[in-house]
Design a protein around this ligand. Structure first.
Ligand code: AMP
Ligand code: MG
Length: 316
C-alpha cells in the first residue's frame, strides 16, 4: 500500500509518500520563513497555497510514482494554525476528490510520535515532544496517548523564536541560537518546574529584561536559556521514566534537532540504564511522511472531521 501525506499545521507545507511497511519514498517540503517577522497566519496560508502543487509534483516524481500508485491520502487535521490547516485540508480534499482516493484526517502530534517509533523500531517508549507550539511528555497505554507533563504556557520552540526575534535573528531562530550558545557562559535564570509541568514565559521575560539592560551578551543568554530549559525537561522526564519504569526515551519535534538537548537527555538515560532515541533531521520537524505513516495506522478509524486547531494528542 502507498500512502501520501499532506502537512500544513504551521509554517511548513509538505507532501510525503510512504509504504505500508513504513519506508519513506519521498518527503518534500517548503517552509515559510521571514527575516524580520514571526509567523503571520495569513501569509503562511498564502505560502502554502502558492507552493502546494509544486511540492506535490516533486514528491510524486522523487518517489517515482504517479497518482495511480497512491492508495490513500492523509492530511494533518490539527492541532495548528487555523488558516494553515484549512489550506492543507482543502488541498488534500481537492486531490482526494479529483483522484478518487480515501481521505484520512490525522493528528499532527501523533504523527510525530509514530514516525519516530517506526524509524527507531521501538516497542514502548516514553516520548518528549518539543516543537514550536508543543512541549509535552507523553506515554502510550491501552492504545491511547497520555500527557504526563507539559508546558503551562508557551512551547519551548515558540519561546526560542520569540527571544530570537528580540535578538534580530529572524524566524525560526532555534538553530541560530544553538550556534550562538556555543560561545556563551552561564547566567542564572528562573528554573520553573511545577510537578511534572514546566513553564517558559517567566524565563522569556527575564532574558528579555537582561538583554534590554545590555549587560549580558547574546551568547550568554542563548547558552543559559538552553542549559536552564533543557535541564528542566531532563528533570521531569527522568521522574516520568522512574515512575513508569520505561526504558526508552524518544525525542521528537523540531527542537529535537538541538545537539545539546540530545546530549543532556542521552546522559540522563545512560545514568539510569535506559536508552535515548531521536529521529533523523529530515523526520524531526514537520513534514508529510509522518502524516502519511500515521494515516496508514489510522486508516480504518472512521472520523468525520475537517480541521481542529486545538486537537490534543490525548483526545485522539
Ligand atoms: P516544529 O514545530 O516541530 O517544526 O519545530 C520548529 C521549532 O524548532 C522552531 O521553534 C525552531 O526554532 C525550533 N528549532 C529548530 N532547530 C532547532 C535547534 N537546533 N535548536 C533549538 N530549536 C530548534
Ligand atoms: Mg510539529
Amino acid at each position: 500500500m502507498i500512502i501520501l501525506g499532506v502537512e500544513a499545521t504551521a509554517h511548513t507545507f509538505g507532501v510525503g509518500i510512504v509504504t505500508s511497511e513504513g519506508k519513506v519514498l519521498s518527503n518534500v517540503k517548503d517552509s515559510y520563513s521571514s527575516p524580520d517577522k514571526g509567523m503571520i497566519p495569513d501569509e503562511i496560508a498564502k505560502h502554502h497555497k502558492d507552493v502546494a502543487e509544486e511540492i506535490l509534483s516533486k514528491a510524486l516524481k522523487e518517489a517515482g510514482l504517479t497518482w495511480k500508485n497512491v492508495d490513500l491520502i492523509a492530511y494533518s487535521a490539527g492541532p495548528g494554525l487555523d488558516p494553515a490547516l484549512w489550506e492543507g485540508y482543502h488541498k488534500a480534499k481537492g486531490w482526494a476528490e479529483k483522484q478518487g482516493k480515501k481521505l484520512v484526517p490525522v493528528n499532527h502530534c501523533c504523527a510525530h510520535l509514530s514516525i519516530g517509533k517506526i524509524w527507531n523500531k521501538l516497542e514502548d517508549p516514553i516520548y518528549l515532544y518539543v516543537s514550536g507550539v508543543n512541549t509535552q511528555l507523553i506515554f502510550s497505554e491501552a492504545g491511547k496517548y497520555h500527557v504526563m507533563g507539559e508546558t503551562l504556557d508557551i512551547g519551548l520552540g515558540n519561546m526560542l523564536d520569540k527571544f530570537g526575534r528580540v535578538l534580530g535573528l529572524g524566524f525560526p531562530a532555534g538553530a541560530k541560537m544553538e550556534e550562538m550558545a556555543n560561545f556563551g557562559n552561564y547566567v542564572e535564570l528562573p528554573y520553573v518546574v511545577k510537578g511534572m509541568d514546566v513553564s517558559f514565559s517567566g524565563i522569556l521575560t527575564r532574558v528579555q529584561q537582561l538583554y534590554e539592560r545590555g549587560q549580558t551578551s547574546k551568547e550568554d543568554l542563548c547558552f543559559s536559556i538552553q542549559e536552564t530549559c533543557f535541564a528542566m525537561l531532563a528533570e521531569v522526564i527522568e521522574r516520568a521514566m522512574a515512575h513508569t519504569g520505561k526504558k526508552e526515551l524518544l525525542l521528537v519535534g523540531g527542537v529535537g534537532a538541538n545537539k545539546r538537548l540530545c546530549e543532556m537527555l542521552d546522559i540522563m538515560c545512560q545514568e539510569r540504564g535506559a536508552k535515548f532515541f531521536k529521529v533523523p533531521l529530515d523526520l524531526a520537524g514537520d513534514q508529510g511522511a509522518m502524516i502519511a505513516w500515521e494515516g496508514f495506522l489510522r486508516k480504518d478509524e472512521e472520523k468525520e472531521m475537517t480541521v481542529n486547531p486545538h486537537w490534543r494528542v490525548d483526545e485522539v
